[in-house]
Design a protein around this ligand. Structure first.
Ligand code: SF4
Length: 335
């Protein structure tokens, strides 16, 4: 999951329009936009607190970084650039929209120390993108990904589970297309329907029906498992725990420990893959970070298998890596 980066939020600056699900101010809890001095202050503070900053990045998140006024973008990158290099941070990470990437802006980012670019892909189905008023299509995700890769940047894709109009088929299509692009990293954000957004209106009007929380967990876990097996690093599952989101949410899939719930589902899916039809019990040997995930949140995996007549036992195994489990002789890497 995510390393210790310095996150600097640039809420809603640069967005060509407002997507149906988005309210960055609620998500980030921030109403003001940062300037060079704020970037410097955040970097100085982080440098004074971090034992080894050389593996960390200065990350501009929240808006569409490459669409903000050029002078402002250069101001932020210039301030960040003062803190990159020997003994300091390893580079700059940005997030932006797929239709705001072109060779010219990539050349500027390269020159200013940007090393990783994350694209808000959200869905890889054109109808879902249109319904959620994204203003770009799937082709632009492929094209931007190709340019970013070609420019030698680390490529990240961010996807949202359970958007308006997205059912099992569309979720599967998104998973398969992400696997086809094979980014270096992904973030999986199950939808939070925030007050004041178009999605909230659609939800209240009864037009947008959310799939159940259980179904969403299953889809997010299958995504995460497939991505991680393809060697794609999962940086994040679910929004950061935030009072703003809790207060400003009409509906959706917010949970302060969503990543842990999904991890529990991943273990459940792995057990199901290797469970013999007539099995009456299964023992899962767990690395140190997997013990509670294997039992499931509030022992939900134990209850789930008990209902099917299978006793699930979890046993700590110090010979395993912290994110590994073993069933029989097979070792499985989790997230
Ligand atoms: S999701 Fe991204 S592109 Fe859409 S309005 Fe929010 S910040 Fe802008």
């Amino acid at each position: 999951m995510s390393r210790g980066n310095i996150a600097i939020f640039v809420p809603h600056v640069g967005c060509p329009h407002k997507c149906a699900f988005c309210d960055q101010r609620t998500i980030t809890g921030q109403v003001t936009v940062p300037h060079a001095e704020d970037v410097r202050a955040a970097c100085r503070q982080a440098l004074s607190e971090m034992a080894d900053p050389t593996e960390s990045e200065i990350a501009f998140f929240g808006g569409s970084f490459t669409a903000i006024p050029r002078g402002y973008m250069l101001e932020l990158l210039g301030a960040a650039g003062e803190f990159i290099g020997e003994g300091r941070f390893k580079g700059v990470r940005i997030s932006t929209r797929p239709d705001c990437i072109d060779p010219e802006v990539l050349a500027i980012l390269k020159e200013r120390g940007v090393t990783a670019i994350e694209l808000g892909a959200q869905s890889m189905n054109d109808r879902v993108l249109a319904l959620n008023e994204r203003g770009h299509d799937v082709r632009s995700v492929y094209e931007a990904s190709r340019l970013i890769r070609g420019g030698g940047f680390e490529l990240g894709l961010q996807i949202m589970t359970g958007l308006y109009g997205s059912g099992r088929d569309e979720e599967l299509e998104t998973r398969e297309r992400v696997l086809e692009i094979r980014p270096d990293t992904v973030r999986i954000y199950p939808v939070c329907v925030l007050d004041g957004t178009r999605l909230a209106e659609l939800y209240r009007a009864g037009e947008y029906r959310l799939m159940s929380f259980e179904d969403m967990l299953g889809i997010a876990a299958a995504d995460a498992l497939a991505f991680s097996r393809a060697g794609i690093r999962i940086l994040r599952i679910g929004l950061h725990a935030s009072e703003g989101v809790e207060r400003g949410m009409t509906a959706g899939y917010y949970h302060p420990a969503l990543g842990e719930l999904v991890r529990g589902r991943i273990v459940r899916q792995i057990i199901e893959e290797c469970l013999a039809e007539d099995a009456e019990s299964v023992t899962v040997f767990c690395g140190s970070g997997m013990i509670s995930a294997a039992s499931g949140h509030k022992r939900s995996n134990k209850a789930y298998f008990a209902e099917r007549g299978v006793r699930l036992e979890t046993v700590p195994d110090p010979t395993l890596g912290s994110k590994e489990i073993r069933i029989g002789r097979e070792v499985y890497k989790c997230i």
